[in-house]
Write a protein that binds this ligand. Structure first.
Ligand SMILES: *Cc1c(COP(=O)(O)O)cnc(C)c1O
Length: 467
């Protein structure tokens, strides 16, 4: 039966439920399935006429193995995606012939993280209820992840959630998406400090063993395997439809930060989906573009851009791909990652990079070009892109110009109304919020401002959990 192993090779093998609750492996690695389940060509062919939930159920079933009975998995999926404002969940929008935008922003917080976190919230709830236990979720956010996590866990009896954001340093839409959620188990903390301060506070809470165990702390960050798994589904949903319609495998273009999204595409391909290429799209923080161009992984400082959710230095999920590149030898991954942390850059040989480049391409779009892409797309196709999606569309347009036969699926990772300032700068229009958030600016907010002080934050968390 399928089980999960750590990319560093020293953590215990776990089943699906324990992998989900663990998040990070205790040897510092990330969990991956020991074998990748396959879909037959016939099954994939049938999927072009199946709806999103049917595909999700079929794709996820082998991964959850014996931990979730089939009927329960269906119920969890139904519950997770009924919060989306379209039954299709991740619809394809044809921008022009052989160029699709896949809209992943129809969830409650208008960003693609909802696809994974809505599922993760219900999954945690299901597993914890079975185990008759509860957790305290603690996380730091610079914007998108916090609101998606809060929406995923609001009102759940099995979890209290505390999200730290830097006071006055997130946009008003982002803050209100978090602070207007008034459920009793939701706690927003605005820290007088930076996002890094928030992250350091969260780390320190996890490193305090007494605190961690007393409160049963848990995290839902982007390395959680179940988040990746939920994202595999939309690649298959889009890939089989595009193949059916055009007769060609899709080239997926993915606005990339932590590499979680594009790695999910790689899993879809490993399961049997035909894919022409994955394009890793970066903004000015281009560590991954430089890596795919040169084979050298070297971190630089992070600079602010118009696509803040991609302002990332080290892409944690890349380690999962590295595990496969190293022939699934945990020891080799461990050595490379230790070296990367302590000493700095690593370099992969052509023998490894050349096959990798057959499947992955990359590109970079700076802020000026991001604005130009939003403008030209609006003028030509009357369609408004958010700045993250625009980075992807820019990279995809370059690729298609050089590869005219390609069929593009460019992932739209956020709704334009989530980043109104950048959109306004590009086209002079502020995109309206969708109906379910139309009154966001009138809603009541609740949050606690706290100093950058571990003891004070811990005291607040202790006092806030439901006994
Ligand atoms: C998180 C995020 C990304 C980056 O996704 P990764 O999985 O970290 O690569 C891109 N766009 C938006 C809008 C996001 O919120």
């Amino acid at each position: 039966m399928l089980s999960y192993v750590s990319t560093r090779g020293r953590a215990p093998r776990l089943g699906f439920a324990d992998t989900t609750l663990a998040g990070l492996a205790n040897d510092g690695g990330l969990y991956v399935p020991d074998i990748c389940p396959k879909l037959s060509e016939a099954e994939l062919g049938n999927m072009s006429s199946q709806n999103y939930l049917e595909i999700a159920w079929r794709v996820l079933l082998p991964f959850v193995a014996d931990d979730i009975p089939s009927e329960d998995l269906i119920r969890i999926l139904q519950k997770s995606y009924k919060t989306f404002n379209t039954k299709e969940v991740a619809p394809l929008h044809e921008l022009k012939t052989n160029f699709y935008v896949q809209e992943l922003f129809h969830g409650p917080t208008l960003a693609f993280k909802d696809v994974a976190l809505q599922f993760l919230g219900n999954l945690f709830d299901y597993i914890l209820e079975k185990k008759k236990t509860r957790v305290t979720i603690v996380g730091a956010t610079s914007g998108d992840t916090g609101s998606a996590a809060i929406e995923a866990f609001r009102g759940k009896d099995t979890a209290d959630i505390f999200i730290l954001h830097p006071h006055n340093r997130v946009s008003e839409v982002q803050r209100r998406q978090m602070t207007t959620v008034l459920d009793a188990n939701v706690h927003n903390i605005a820290i007088d400090g930076s996002f890094d301060d928030c992250q350091d506070l969260v780390k320190a809470m996890f490193n305090d063993a007494t605190f961690r165990d007393d409160l049963r702390l848990s995290a839902v960050n982007s390395i959680n395997w179940a988040r990746i798994l939920a994202q595999v589904v939309y690649y298959i949903y889009a890939g089989v439809r595009v193949l059916d319609k055009t007769g060609r495998p899709a080239t997926f273009c993915v606005p990339t930060g932590n590499f979680g999204n594009v790695y999910a595409g790689y899993v879809a391909q490993s399961m049997g989906l035909s894919v022409e290429k994955f394009l890793v799209a970066t903004n000015r923080n281009d560590i991954l573009h430089r890596f795919f161009s040169t084979g050298r992984m070297k971190a630089d400082g992070v600079e602010r851009s118009l696509s803040p959710s991609m302002d990332i230095q080290v892409s944690s999920n890349f380690e999962r791909l590295l595990f496969d590149l190293f022939g699934r030898k945990g020891e080799a991954v461990d050595q490379t990652m230790q070296h990367f942390r302590k000493a700095g850059p690593f370099h992969l040989e052509d023998g490894v990079m050349n096959p990798l480049r057959r499947l992955f391409g990359s590109g970079k779009v700076d802020d000026a070009r991001t604005l130009a892409v939003i403008k030209s797309t609006y003028e030509k196709y009357n369609y408004i892109l958010d700045p993250h999606t625009a980075v992807g569309v820019g990279v995809a347009e370059d690729y298609q110009a050089a590869n005219p036969d390609s069929v593009i699926v460019s992932l739209a990772t956020a709704h334009p109304a989530k980043f109104p300032a950048a959109v306004k700068q590009a086209i002079g229009i502020e995109p309206p919020l969708p109906d379910h958030l139309a009154d966001l600016y009138q809603r009541q907010e609740r949050y606690q401002v706290l100093p950058n002080d571990l003891a004070k934050v811990q005291a607040f968390v202790r006092a806030g959990i439901r006994k």
